[in-house]
Ligand binder design. Sequence first.
Ligand SMILES: Nc1ncnc2c1ncn2[C@@H]1O[C@H](COP(=O)(O)OP(=O)(O)O)[C@@H](O)[C@H]1O
Ligand SMILES: [Mg+2]
Length: 328
Amino acid sequence: MFGFWKTWKALEARGIMGINRRNADYVLKYNKRSLYPIVDDKIITKERAIAAGIHVPELYGVISTEKEIDKLDEIIGGRSDFVIKPAQGAGGDGILVIADRFEGRYRTVSGKIISHEEIEHQISSILTGLYSLGGHRDRALIEYRVVPDQIFKSISYEGVPDIRIIVLMGYPVMAMLRLPTRQSGGKANLHQGAIGVGVDLATGLTLRGTWLNNIITKHPDTTNAVDGVQLPNWDGFMKLAAGCYELCGLGYIGVDMVLDQEKGPLILELNARPGLNIQIANDCGLTLRTHAVEARLEELKTAGVTETPEERVKFAQEMFGHIPAVEG
Ligand SMILES: Nc1ncnc2c1ncn2[C@@H]1O[C@H](COP(=O)(O)OP(=O)(O)O)[C@@H](O)[C@H]1O
Ligand SMILES: [Mg+2]
């Protein structure tokens, strides 16, 4: 019963970051308020990413008013799979992942059959602000459905796993792979019941997992081990994440990426208040690493230089790898 609390206390000694420190010393300090819309609205994030040459799931269309719901058929066109989501949603709420058509209806990624009217109703709920931060009126976006790379087949259940990297001033500090479960309905959000697995920044090898605040080693649905898996194209993900600092200008972000079977690494979204559970999955506190980056920034400031995304990735991999480099 107290297992989670004990873990948390043990981590505290190793520089765990709590919510107050995160907000005061990182979110407030490094994230300019005026830049929030870039990350809090997924349509704006997409536009920015495209302008910067960063790949994202293709946008099929946007619905902003009740009247525009009539355009849904036209936006979907002949496609049989697509995703509908609130532009200002969070935590996986309000997202509809359609995997197929079935007898004049649609099949969601978790196998539920729904009608066109139900989709329209969902869009209407999105527009009223049911899923948006602060309950403001929102827009619905319709986009390409990501088909996960085969590598995830044995360790994921339906849906798309995502890779989260926390980035401070362009320096990756910690990473986590999130795996959907039967419970999470095809979404990779931890509070929907997905698994969080730590990732070694140096190599892209997965570490241990956490599920509903317990430490686990196997996926509950597939029973395959979640640790020791080599994520493909790891340096590419690290570079993509590091480059998001230039993309949005926010200094403390969580970058969420996916690996599409055909399109490769894509940015799904950016988060200005990334969660803290990533520390459990990595068995490591964030402050040890953020302090190291802050010390580095001081050093560079004195020398009057800045680093490129490649240099920042190299620094992070040398400093924060779990597996020590070959000793000489
Ligand atoms: N285009 C997509 N294709 C397939 N699955 C998606 C897509 N967009 C989102 N998802 C699933 O839903 C989860 C949450 O999506 P995301 O865009 O990060 O919104 P939120 O802000 O609610 O977390 C993702 O981690 C992924 O599992
Ligand atoms: Mg997300």
